[in-house]
Each structure stands twice: as C-alpha cells, then as structure tokens.
Design a protein around this ligand. Structure first.
Ligand SMILES: C[S@@+](CC[C@H](N)C(=O)[O-])C[C@H]1O[C@@H](n2cnc3c(N)ncnc32)[C@H](O)[C@@H]1O
Length: 253
C-alpha cells in the first residue's frame, strides 16, 4: 500500500516532526490541554483522566491506543498505572518518536486502520481519541476492535462531529454509534460539546500566548493552523453547537 495516498498522511508526517522539535508547540499543548500529549485534537487532561477508572488495578494490564501519534498519551497512562502500553499509527515519524520515548513494557507499531491486526482478547482497555474517523469502513473496523478487546474490557473513544465527520442529530446517530449497534456493543455516551467550546477558546488563547515563540522557531504555518482550527470558537456557543458536537463513548463488548 502506498501510504502517501492515505488521507492527510503527509500532513501528519510534517505535524509529528514539528511536535518533536518545537518547544513553542510543547508549551502550547501544556497550556491548552493541561498536559503535552502532542494533541492534534481536542483531548485535554480531564478527558484522559476519565480513563483511569476503567484500568483494572492488577498486574499485567494491557492498553492499546488507536492513532497513538508519538505515544505521549499512553506514556502518561503508563506512568500513573504501570500498564503495558501498545499503540499504532500510520505516521512513521510519530512511531519512531514513540519508540525512542517509551521502551519499557511498550510496543509501538506503524500501521494503518483496517490493515493492522492484533490477537483476539489482547487488551483490557482500548482508547482512540479523534482517530476513528479514518476508518474506511467503520462497522468492519469496530468488529475488529471488538475482537481485540477482552470480554471485560472497555473501549474509550473521543469523537467529534462538524469537521471530518458531518454533524448528525445526536450521540445515537453518529456513524460510530451505528457501527457499535451493528456489532452488538453496549455504550454510554457523554456529550462534552460545551466543554469543547471552552477548550477551543482556551486553545486559541494559548496559541496566541506562544505566537512569538512559534515565530522565532519558524513555525508560523503551524500557528496559523491553530488559528484556523479554533476559528469556530469565536462564534457564540449557540452558533457553535449548531455545527459541532463532541462525545466521549465508553463501550463494552
Ligand atoms: C486527529 S489525530 C489524533 C491523535 C491523538 N490520538 C490525539 O488525540 O491527539 C489522528 C491520528 O490518527 C493517525 N491516523 C490518521 N489516519 C490514519 C490511518 N488511516 N491509520 C492509522 N493512523 C491514522 C494520525 O497520524 C494521527 O496521529
């Protein structure tokens, strides 16, 4: 497969090279999200902290991150729980960094959604923040994730509508929700649209605070990208929520 032909592949290679080198971006992430996970998304530390309640308190716990980027989110979960961490992402640049940063009880693989595979019932927790959108066939990919999850496992997803995915009526009408139902999976969905509006406002402000650092590093293109990504937070909340929605899905087999 020619990865360069996959949606946004080159953009993510450039993004993870910038995330590795740019102090401005690392400082921005800390301010905007509470922790630097090199987010290209909308996950702040409060959302990630929600995952702890689903990580069993025992030895030999295995967590998989689908779209793990440079692994920093998994590194944070490992540091707090001692879990084994596994992640895959199609970005070669991101996976190389993850392998350098985290080598103990950690496995990072370069892989494409729908192509990569793991043995059945491997994971206690599977997370995927802002990545399920890239599945070409959501129902088929969910069935694969279900196979990877232990019977008692939890699948935790951050899912946004309004940009890559069109906004639908509710948390039960998203393409993800339909794929979960088609696979007989049980879910609870938490609507965090309002928190996301506040997060995007904070993201915009934090980028502006670090504008000079981005400029000094020659990364103004990325500063401008952050401005573009957060433009929607300059609207009123009513306008925002007419077009955008964000949910956390907590899913069981
Ligand atoms: C919006 S970012 C989210 C990254 C991270 N989970 C976060 O919350 O910040 C999407 C991630 O999915 C990866 N990705 C995009 N398409 C993919 C695909 N078809 N297969 C595997 N990874 C993919 C990108 O490299 C990127 O790391």
């Amino acid at each position: 497969m020619n990865k360069e032909e996959l949606l946004f592949y080159d953009a993510y290679e450039a993004f993870y090279a910038m995330a590795k080198n740019s102090k401005a971006f690392q400082n921005f992430c800390k301010d905007a999200f509470g922790e630097d996970f090199s987010q290209d998304g909308f996950s702040n530390v409060e959302q990630i902290d929600m995952i702890f309640q689903y990580i069993p308190k025992k030895d030999d716990v295995h967590i998989l991150d689908i779209g793990c980027g440079n692994g920093k989110m998994l590194g944070y979960l490992q540091q707090k729980t001692g879990a084994y961490i596994h992640g895959f992402d199609y970005s070669e640049e991101a996976i190389k960094t993850a392998q350098l940063l985290f080598s103990k009880n950690a496995e990072f693989r370069e892989g494409v959604i729908g192509k990569i595979d793991y043995p059945e019932e491997s994971f206690d927790v599977i997370i995927s923040m802002d990545t399920m959108y890239f599945a070409k066939d959501m129902t088929e990919f969910v069935s694969q994730v279900k196979k990877w999850l232990k019977d008692t496992g939890v699948f935790f997803v951050g899912y946004q509508e309004g940009e890559v995915m069109l906004k639908t009526e509710s948390k039960d009408t998203t393409i993800l929700a339909k794929a979960l139902v088609a696979n007989g999976m049980k879910y609870e969905a938490i609507d965090i649209t309002e928190q996301t509006y506040e997060l995007l406002k904070n993201k915009r402000m934090s980028a502006m605070v670090h504008q000079n650092e981005f400029e000094e590093e020659g990364y103004m293109d990325w500063f401008n990208m952050l401005m573009g990504q957060t433009e929607c937070a300059t609207q009123t909340y009513e306008e925002f929520k007419a077009k955008m929605a964000r949910y956390i899905y907590v899913i069981h087999k």
